[in-house]
Write a protein that binds this ligand. Structure first.
Ligand code: GAL
Length: 426
């Protein structure tokens, strides 16, 4: 007992001395210079969220000049190609947006010495206890965390104009059959049933992933990415048939519009619905100027009830970031409670952290927070979570042809080949 007490008091003295020493130690000099942050966040809600982070950063570090290196184009369709050229050319930004999962790990972590592991930052900030275990697992490889998640987005949401549905006595369709009935009624009334903006083909892939989920269910959808669900089977064929029929109800100019321009059709009443991720919530907030936007509602797409098709935007630290100190402070902010509470309510996403104040968020996001804890979680295809980038690109190529020719057999064969080429199917 004596030795135990004695030991405790020695330990206590040592601990107090360590705290005093730390307090007296010269603080690390505040970062200076330029900090280049690379992302594709240029639309209203996206830019507003990013700007909120920049403001906090500059309050903390006024001597750092932030360079907002954005490349427009939803889902990083253009940005990712630019990033690749820069990274391979030895010209990385200080930090860049990258989706959690395959997009991060397969592209930048396991292919070379591109990223710096973030173990000490995670330890300093206590993030191992703050991010959900599933998220920690996905940002990690070989036991090290490789990026900092700023949010959780949901890809499978059907957004609709409430006045149009009410006027025609319709409710949001929960099954594909209901969807086609609702779409017929709307089309007869001269309204575009479903707004699509696939100027970047990812938006069609995005629609297709919700159709795969709605047709196959969560378990068989997950099996597509592990080789357990047969791409040549009847489920995928049915999904392609559903998708083909849905495409008969979209706006003619879909190939010329972006996702947010498609949402404009829902806002101005030309179209009744759009199926898109919950960055649409931020689009309403930015365009209508209120978190409690009236006149627009949300529901799961057909067959998607109880399933959360998830993705996360994260930021990483390139191995040779030009301003490493400033980048580390950026990552600290991105993962912080203050940062996530400033960013997510205007970005249309929920916090990756588990301790954000729900009262800061609008009604859609509060509902998403509940769904996140109780729904079955599946990984998003179009946003880097489900499959490697090469595999996603192969699926984009299949979709590019399918949206114009609607050839189900050819598309299914292309999808099955893509799985083989990805090394997941034999
Ligand atoms: C996703 C990204 C979201 C949102 C969306 C549209 O890939 O994760 O944050 O920006 O693209 O651009």
């Amino acid at each position: 007992m004596f030795w135990k007490n004695r030991w405790l008091s020695v330990a206590g003295i040592l601990a107090v001395s360590a705290i005093l020493l730390a307090a007296c130690a010269p603080a690390a000099p505040a970062p200076k210079g330029q900090l280049q942050i690379f992302s594709w966040w240029t639309t209203g809600g996206e830019a507003a969220g990013l700007d909120n982070l920049y403001k906090i950063y500059n309050e903390q570090f006024p001597d750092v000049e932030i360079i907002n290196a954005t490349v427009a184009g939803g889902a990083g369709f253009e940005a990712k190609a630019v990033l690749k050229t820069r990274m391979l050319g030895g010209d990385p930004p200080d930090s860049f947006q990258v989706h959690m999962g395959h997009e991060l790990i397969d592209t930048w972590v396991t292919t070379g010495q591109f990223m710096e592991p973030l173990d000490s930052l995670y330890q300093q900030e206590g993030w191992n206890n703050i991010f959900p275990a599933g998220v920690l697992e996905i940002v990690s490889q070989d036991g090290h965390p490789w990026s900092v998640p700023v949010n959780i987005h949901r890809a499978n949401v059907l957004w609709y104009n409430t006045a149009i549905l009410e006027e025609h006595n319709l409710t949001p369709p929960t099954t594909f059959d209901e969807f086609f009935e609702v779409a017929e009624t709307l089309q007869d009334a001269g309204i575009t049933p479903l707004a699509l903006g696939d100027v970047g083909i990812w938006a069609s892939t995005h629609l297709f992933e919700t159709v795969l989920i709605g047709t196959l269910g969560a378990e068989d959808y997950r099996g597509l990415w592990t080789g357990e669900t047969d791409w040549n089977g009847p489920g995928v064929r049915e999904a392609l048939e559903n998708m083909k029929q849905m495409l008969t109800y979209v706006n003619d100019d879909h190939a010329a519009l972006s996702w947010d321009q498609a949402n404009d059709l829902v806002i101005n009443g030309t179209a009744a619905m759009t199926i898109m991720g919950d960055w649409v919530d931020a689009d309403y907030v930015a365009k209508l100027g209120t978190k409690e936007y009236q006149g627009f509602g949300w529901a799961p797409p057909p067959g998607n009830a109880g399933i959360y098709d998830a993705l996360s935007d994260t930021f990483g630290l390139p191995a040779n970031a030009p301003n490493r100190e400033a980048a580390i402070e950026w990552l600290r902010l991105v993962g912080s409670k203050a940062g996530q509470e400033a960013f997510n309510p205007v970005k249309g996403s929920i916090c990756a952290r588990t301790d954000c104040d729900a009262s800061l968020f609008g009604p859609y996001l509060r509902s998403a927070m509940q769904d996140w804890t109780r729904d079955s979680i599946v990984p998003s295809l179009a946003h880097g979570a489900a499959a490697s980038e090469g595999w996603v690109t192969a699926i984009h190529d299949v979709m590019t042809v399918f949206v114009t020719d609607g050839d189900v057999a050819q598309a299914q064969a292309g999808l099955a080949n893509a799985c083989v080429d990805a090394g997941v199917c034999s």
